[in-house]
Write a protein that binds this ligand. Structure first.
Ligand code: NAD
Length: 464
């Protein structure tokens, strides 16, 4: 076996080296795919209930046992507060347990058809799968691909972002220690930005599950075309939160602060645009400002910190560009958006910010803002809010706040997004299909839909 070089992974808060990860090249990727093929072949013949679900459950137990270590690794490489990293590890384990409980959905289905015959619909594995994940939630975004893909009988290669590979590598080690056969699940890592394209175009891979930005989604879709690989694309978002005049303002303020500032705003389903009824806008903005100003900023490992650094300086640069553009067009800064001093940490920190009087043509209303800045727009009716919320190239999620549930439900039906939460903070429930419309991509993860997306059906007819 050839010796694989390693590359350095850095702590985004301090810029110090955390550890090293394998620097794989095209030949190393070929070897990984060559090992995955036969491992997947053998795994596809195992029993979902008797063999695969127990592996998922053992892995979930291992993730819980190793939770502290996994969470610290995640904070070190990603930057998020340790409390959020612990939550992410908990979600990783929960997703593996959840999918273990869905093995029965892979049973053959008998169907009635005309004539003197019987029919069966089989659900077969799709083949070697690549899970390509970003740096913002490396573990949960791997979990919702790896767990269903394994349960469905596939081998999986997980490709983390170059800057956040360590927790994914550890997750894979724990899966192997829990009994995953050699080659069945592997992390494929490199610091080379072109490595993802090698994975996406590898002829030995049959299914690509990407979570990433919309431009990456387009590139992956092109790469998939030659071999007609199956695809799911979970891409960028610019989720709107709509707050009607009769909403519970305190609860909405709390949800807006969590929705926008969790993981320093680096979440696909973060609240990225706020549309508020004129009658309550001052009260709501004051309440969110108060919450934003109370969030302790610092190294994610420091007790009590709620806002870590942005993962990369380029992410902060983009957020600052969007803020400057909005201010140039007349928006006002209600709080934050500047760079705080964080003792001992030279990372790309940004103070949680709120912009008011933001015009519709500002870039922050059209582009994805992947950082802790919330633009607020005043509206005079929920209908106006829906129209403005739908005026976006993205369509991932949305939230509606109103004490009139019938009105909120009708708004949910009118919002052009893959998910709408009413009177609650956005959260990806394991049981419910998650995914976007428009430039937010296609395909669904979570729920039975997520599992079945890693299968292909085959119909069989038999004489009676
Ligand atoms: P990114 O698109 O730069 O990278 C995502 C992954 O794709 C990484 O592993 C990267 O190395 C890989 N990649 C990059 N170019 C590739 C190519 N040409 N072919 C194959 N793989 C390639 O995204 P990021 O900056 O790491 O993450 C932030 C983005 O992810 C945001 O746009 C965010 O909204 C999105 N995201 C979406 C969801 C969702 O569920 N819809 C969830 C989280 C994040």
């Amino acid at each position: 076996m050839a010796e694989i070089a390693r590359y350095a992974v850095f702590d985004p808060a301090t810029g110090e080296e955390v550890s090293r990860a394998p620097l794989m090249d095209a030949a190393a990727l070929d070897r990984a795919v060559d090992a995955a093929g036969p491992a997947g072949e053998a795994w596809s013949k195992t029993d979902p209930e008797g063999d695969r679900a127990p592996l998922l459950r053992r892995a979930a137990t291992a993730f819980r046992t190793e939770a502290d270590d996994l969470a610290r690794t995640l904070t070190f490489e990603q930057g998020k507060p340790l409390s959020e990293a612990r939550t992410e590890v908990g979600r990783l384990a929960a997703t593996f347990d959840y999918y273990a409980g869905l093995a029965h959905l892979l049973e053959d289905e008998a169907r009635e058809i005309a004539g003197n015959r019987r029919a069966l619909v089989l659900k077969r594995p799709v083949g070697v799968t690549a899970a390509i994940v970003p740096w913002n939630f490396p573990l949960t975004l791997s979990a919702i691909k790896v767990a269903p893909a394994l349960l469905a009988g596939n081998a999986v290669l997980v490709k983390p972002a170059p800057t956040a590979p360590l927790s994914v590598i550890r997750m894979v080690e724990l899966l192997v220690a829990a009994g995953a056969p050699a080659g069945l699940v592997q992390a494929v890592t490199s610091e080379d930005p072109a490595f993802g394209a090698l994975v996406a175009s590898h002829p030995g891979i049959a299914r690509l599950a990407l979570t990433g930005s919309t431009p990456t989604g387009r590139a992956v879709m092109r790469a998939a075309a030659d071999d007609l690989k199956l695809l799911s694309l979970e891409l960028g978002g610019s989720d709107a939160m709509i707050v009607a005049g009769d909403a519970d303002v305190a609860a909405a303020a709390r949800a807006a602060a969590i929705g926008r500032f969790y993981n320093a705003g680096q979440a696909c389903l973060a609240t990225k645009r706020l549309f508020v009824d004129r009658g309550i806008v001052s009260e709501l903005v004051d309440a969110i400002v108060e919450r934003a100003e109370r969030l302790p900023i610092g190294h994610g490992l420091t007790e009590g910190v709620r806002i870590g650094p942005l993962h990369l300086p380029a992410v902060r640069d983009h957020v600052e560009e969007l803020v400057a553009d909005a201010v140039d067009r007349g928006a006002k800064v209600a709080t934050g958006t500047d760079r705080p001093e964080v003792s001992g940490c030279g990372g790309a920190f940004l103070r949680p910010g709120i912009l008011v009087d933001v015009p519709a043509e500002a870039r922050i209303m059209q582009e994805e803002c992947f950082g802790p800045v919330l633009p607020v727009t005043v509206v005079d009716s929920i209908h106006e809010a829906i129209e403005r919320a739908n005026d976006s190239p993205f369509g991932l999620g949305s939230t509606v706040w109103s004490s009139d549930l019938a009105l909120a439900e009708s708004a949910a039906r009118a919002l052009d997004t893959g998910y709408t939460w009413i009177n609650e903070t956005p959260f990806g429930f394991d049981e419910l299909p998650f995914g976007g419309v428009k430039q937010s991509g296609f395909g669904r993860e979570h729920g039975p839909e997520g599992l079945l997306s890693f299968t292909v059906t085959k119909s069989v007819t038999l004489p009676r």
